[in-house]
Design a protein around this ligand. Structure first.
Ligand code: IPE
Ligand code: IPE
Ligand code: MG
Length: 245
């Protein structure tokens, strides 16, 4: 059976978000340094971008580095940054050919200059592509994002451009990094951890969560389809009721 069999093509998530976790454990199981796990994770990312694009996913957001990941040893942080740069360097042409449009969410200022430049180059090169939006969350944390939105709204109120009573959910969402992107329908977390770790807290209010035991470096197309099948078995109610139930 091909793994797309039994996928309901009329009920696909339009936005899939992934917490790519478990690289360290993958490496530990093999007696390798953690950084080898991060390197192996790049193959998973390549396969997952392809698999989601192939079924017509409109938006993919991946959590690549959190605002809390700076707590890790300097050597690991340095390696993660150079792997991100290497990923863009190696994959940009293929992504461009796939007509993928790359964007970044997160606080860019703290990123090393060369990493930021490489990413900005990728965003610029792919900006007119009509295909899947591939959003990389880098130095991203929801709390920082929400505080930043509050700051931005407060400044507009101070400048007399906005009245406090005009601040509603919609106005708030416009100040988040994700402005213009629909909320994720499905959030997948690999490696069994059942938490969001500061990822898309606002946007994921009604996302379906699928946690898989699979460690990120082992995650491939078949796992993507499995997660989508699980999503398709859920009944989304958004606080309402389904008639007849
Ligand atoms: C995810 O894998 C990658 C990042 C957080 C950047 P981890 O490095 O968190 O792997 P585990 O959770 O320690 O196995
Ligand atoms: C979340 O994973 C961050 C990324 C995948 C980039 P972590 O490994 O940092 O999360 P915790 O520490 O287990 O919550
Ligand atoms: Mg982890």
């Amino acid at each position: 059976m091909s793994s797309t069999e039994a996928l309901d093509l009329n009920n696909l998530p339009q936005h899939v978000a992934i917490i790519m976790d478990g690289n360290g454990r993958w490496a530990h199981k093999r007696g390798l340094p953690r950084t080898m796990g991060h390197r192996a994770g790049m193959d998973a990312l390549r396969a997952v971008v392809k698999a989601l694009d192939a079924i017509g996913t409109k938006y993919l957001t991946v959590y690549a580095f959190s605002t809390e990941n700076w707590k890790r040893p300097e050597e690991e942080v340095g390696m993660l940054m150079s792997l991100i740069r290497e990923y863009i360097y190696k994959e940009l042409m293929a992504l461009h050919r796939q007509k993928v449009k790359i964007s970044i969410i997160g606080e860019r200022e703290r990123l090393p200059d060369d990493v930021r430049k490489k990413l900005e180059e990728a965003v610029e090169k792919t900006k007119d592509n009509p295909g899947m939006r591939f959003i990389i969350a880098l130095n991203y944390g929801s709390r920082e994002e929400i505080a930043r939105a509050a700051r931005c709204l407060a400044e507009r109120v101070l400048a007399g451009e906005l009245m406090p009573q005009d601040i509603d959910g919609q106005a708030f969402a416009k100040c988040l990094y994700t402005d213009g992107t629909p909320d994720p329908d499905l959030i997948i977390r690999t490696s069994g951890e059942m938490r969001l770790s500061n990822f898309l807290l606002w946007q994921g209010a009604y996302a379906e969560l699928v946690v898989t035991e699979c460690l990120w470096p082992d995650f491939r197309e078949a796992h993507v389809h499995e997660a989508i099948r699980e999503y398709q078995m859920r009944q989304r109610r958004f606080g309402g009721i389904i008639e007849g139930s």
